[in-house]
Write a protein that binds this ligand. Structure first.
Ligand code: PLP
Length: 368
């Protein structure tokens, strides 16, 4: 068997043609194709007020800006994430406050969030680890009780649902990533979904320097007329990125179904394997399965045993609080520490068919 990697980059066969059309048009920057991508992703996946951006990190930063997070405010997040989630908080001059996670899922612990709230808390930033939705009802009631905003980091969760609602239609702000190895890849790219039309309109303006493109006509002098009132950024998606996104949206749901089927197969086959402790899975939500993770005993031996058979198994994202910029390991995150010691992820992506999944399961069952 050739090497089975942990991730893949999916490019739909139509992409070549669709991106070439944009190149032919020479209209490379943000235009009509970006709007088409936004409307299609909303219709196909039930997202709300989608604003396409140049990365998931930009989406997170813009969400914090729109949420009014500023100097000295506190934002509660898990340490089980990629550094982007924490860095954008620092970028706003705010303070990342790390809550513990649920050992069984890798998602933020609602009980821990409650303990971390202070008078300075402005927002809660849950991360749907591996694409498995957090306990949104419980997070929502804490937010409501304390007047906090919710910003979902859904970088792993495009296509996930919580109580039948698509992630991207639930909270004040939801942030997606379309970076190269995500389920919907545009190379780099992201999207911010907002609950309100007002935030959507603000996001549209702020993603391009604070200029509202549609309401800033070109004057007789040939220059666009505008008057920037608030700080904006260069965060927009461009047309050739959107063309790739549009092409890759074709068949997205079928590809997601395939991931779910692979995950269900893994769960059935691995649940009784000694030394493996599967993550918890509640029936009221559907994971987007960007990752398939579990806890494993003797992790290094497990990784080596799989590598010797050409299968890449890997830890994904070690706790981010360990970085000096976040002040180093927080001793009170006890579930995080346990999770760090045993988490492992095995391949689940577009190239994993039944033959490969069967092979992976067989190798794991042979032991390590
Ligand atoms: C949990 C999480 N949040 C945010 C990001 C940042 O997304 P991007 O790379 O599109 O900026 C990533 C990227 O991998 C991520 O895994």
């Amino acid at each position: 068997m050739e090497q089975i990697n942990l991730f893949n980059t999916f490019i739909h066969p139509d992409a070549l043609h669709q991106v070439a059309n944009v190149l032919d048009s020479t209209f490379l920057s943000e235009g009509e194709i970006v709007s088409q991508f936004e409307r299609k992703i909303e219709t196909d996946l039930g997202l709300q007020n989608c604003v396409a951006l140049n990365s998931g990190t930009s989406a997170l930063h813009l969400a914090l800006v729109l949420a009014g997070v500023s100097q000295g405010d506190e934002v509660i997040l898990p340490a089980q994430t990629f550094v982007a989630t924490g860095l954008v908080i620092v970028q706003q001059g705010a303070v990342p406050v790390f809550a513990d996670i649920d050992y069984r899922t890798g998602n933020i612990s609602v009980e821990s969030v409650k303990k971390k709230i202070t008078s300075k808390t402005k927002a809660i930033l849950p991360v749907h680890w591996g694409g498995y939705p957090c306990d949104m009802d419980e997070i929502y009631s804490i937010a409501k009780e304390h007047g906090l905003l919710i910003i979902e980091d859904a970088a792993h969760a495009l296509g996930a649902t919580y109580k039948e609602k698509p992630v991207g239609s639930i909270s004040d702000f939801t942030c997606f990533s379309f970076q190269a190895i995500k389920h919907l890849a545009t190379g780099d790219g992201g999207a911010l979904c907002t609950k309100t039309k007002t935030d959507f309109e603000k996001a549209i303006t702020k993603r391009w320097f604070g200029i509202d493109r549609t309401h800033s006509p070109v004057s007789e002098l040939g220059e666009r007329s505008y008057n920037i009132k608030e700080l904006g950024y260069k965060y927009h998606m461009n047309n050739y990125t959107a063309a790739l996104g549009l092409a890759n949206l074709n068949g997205f749901k079928e590809r997601l179904e395939k991931r779910i089927a692979t995950a269900n197969y893994y769960r059935r086959e691995l649940k009784k394997v000694d030394g493996i402790d599967l993550f918890d899975y509640q029936e009221d939500r559907q994971s987007a399965y960007w990752l398939f993770g579990f806890h494993v005993q003797r992790r290094r031996d497990f990784i080596k045993a799989l590598r010797s058979k050409n299968i890449v198994a890997s830890v994904v994202h070690q706790r981010i609080d360990r970085n000096d910029i976040f002040g180093g390991i927080k001793k009170d995150l006890v579930n995080q520490a346990r999770f760090d010691g045993t988490q492992i992820h095995i391949p689940i992506h577009d190239e994993i068919d039944l033959e490969k999944a069967t092979y992976i399961v067989e190798i794991i069952k042979n032991g390590w």
